[in-house]
Design a protein around this ligand. Structure first.
Ligand SMILES: Cc1cc2nc3c(=O)[nH]c(=O)nc-3n(C[C@H](O)[C@H](O)[C@H](O)COP(=O)(O)OP(=O)(O)OC[C@H]3O[C@@H](n4cnc5c(N)ncnc54)[C@H](O)[C@@H]3O)c2cc1C
Ligand code: FES
Length: 347
């Protein structure tokens, strides 16, 4: 495999509709026009990775799906301008019906697994995107009580305001929506958020927004008694790698190796895993079709479940304590720490 090979999972999508959600946010509905299969499946809370053809060269960016997989609505992403941001402004200025994008299949582990617990869905700004996909799914397919806590600068910047109003009217017995407008209530500091973010102890909270807001929200929830493994977060950052190329795996001749059993696509492989090579590279070097996106521990696209043994994660910017406690690990960051391991790509 050479450094110029392309990721084999690339789809080409065409923008069908552009919906101006607010002055600085648009939704794009997408049709698949080419790819490894006719269309892709996704789970609520997952994201697509786009190659954005910015004027000074293409950039790889992740955008969460705001549509819900069960609904007939086309897969939809919602993009909010970031001040001086290259890709987000390119999309908001240029995307039109017929625009083509290369995308990688949906990825990410910000996906609820227990749909029976009460949900507290906490969003700030564009963080509403995966949250509304989870909300739409929960309301349509499950019957748990849900509170949405949504923070914005001012009323004009609230994305999906009409959709949320309509959902609240349709589900008054299950859904409570509460808003925080900075223009009225000031900055959402941890101390200020404590009285806003309350939830029964059995709740699961899903948080998405800018990093400082999420840190404040997480702190407020923990201060209010919610256990850390019940708090799930999705952080929006810009990737620094080109997820569309498939760089040659970096495998060195290591003096010591582990052995691992790897379940992937209903097949079981027995591999020798050098102690200084990350799992993703070992599997790619064997020609296995293993999922990945960013290779930098950010997206969760390479997540697997460790069933036996121990690994060291070089970086982890996506898995939370709940995931880690369930044995979820990142293939692009895993170095073996025990002699024998057993794992499965079952995310
Ligand atoms: C899993 C995931 C899901 C996401 N989902 C969404 C979503 O649903 N909707 C959404 O709108 N966004 C989402 N994002 C964020 C998105 O991927 C981009 O990070 C965002 O659009 C900003 O990209 P950009 O190219 O416009 O900004 P960038 O060009 O990356 O700039 C970001 C910021 O950094 C500053 N900056 C850029 N370059 C430099 C530099 N050299 N030195 C100093 N500062 C610099 C810019 O001024 C800007 O403020 C998601 C991210 C992730 C990881
Ligand atoms: S490929 Fe993104 S976290 Fe591993």
């Amino acid at each position: 495999m050479s450094a110029t090979d392309l990721n084999p999972h690339i789809y080409r999508v065409e923008v069908r509709d552009v919906i101006q959600e607010t002055a600085d946010a648009v939704s794009l509905t997408l049709d698949t026009v080419a790819g490894p299969s006719a269309s892709f499946d996704y789970r609520p809370g997952q994201f697509l990775t786009l190659r954005v053809p910015c004027s000074d060269g293409p950039l790889t960016r992740c955008y969460s799906l705001s549509s819900a997989p069960h609904s007939p609505t086309r897969p939809t992403i919602t993009v909010k301008r970031v001040p001086d941001g290259r890709a987000s402004n390119w999309i908001c200025d240029n995307a039109a019906t017929g625009t083509l994008f290369d995308v990688l299949p949906p990825a990410g582990s910000f996906v609820p697994r227990d749909w029976t617990a009460p949900f507290l869905l906490v969003a700030a700004g564009s963080g509403i995107t995966p949250i509304i996909s989870i909300l739409r799914t929960a309301l349509a397919l499950h019957d748990n009580p849900i509170t949405v806590a949504y923070a914005n600068r001012c009323a004009e910047s609230v994305i999906f305001a009409r959709d949320l109003d309509a959902l609240a009217r349709r589900h008054p017995d299950r859904l409570t929506i509460t808003q925080w407008l900075e223009s009225e209530s000031g900055r959402p500091t941890e101390a200020a958020l404590r009285s806003w973010l309350t939830a029964p102890a059995e709740s699961h909270a899903y948080l998405c927004g800018p990093a400082p807001f999420m840190a404040a929200a997480r702190g407020a929830l923990i201060a209010n008694g919610l256990a850390a493994p019940h708090i799930h977060t999705e952080t929006f950052t810009s990737l620094t790698t080109d997820a569309f190329s498939a760089p040659a795996p970096a495998i060195c001749d290591s003096a010591s190796s582990s052995t691992a059993t790897v379940e992937l696509d209903d097949e079981v492989h027995s591999i020798t895993w050098p102690r200084d090579a990350v799992l993703l590279d070992v599997l790619l070097a064997r020609g296995l079709d293993v999922p990945y996106v960013c290779r930098e521990g950010t997206c969760g696209g390479c997540a697997y479940t460790l069933r036996r043994g121990d690994v060291h994660l070089r970086e982890n910017h996506t898995l939370d304590e709940y995931d880690l406690a369930r044995g979820v690990r990142l293939a692009c960051q895993s170095l073996p720490r025990s002699g024998i391991l057993d794992l499965a790509f079952d995310q």
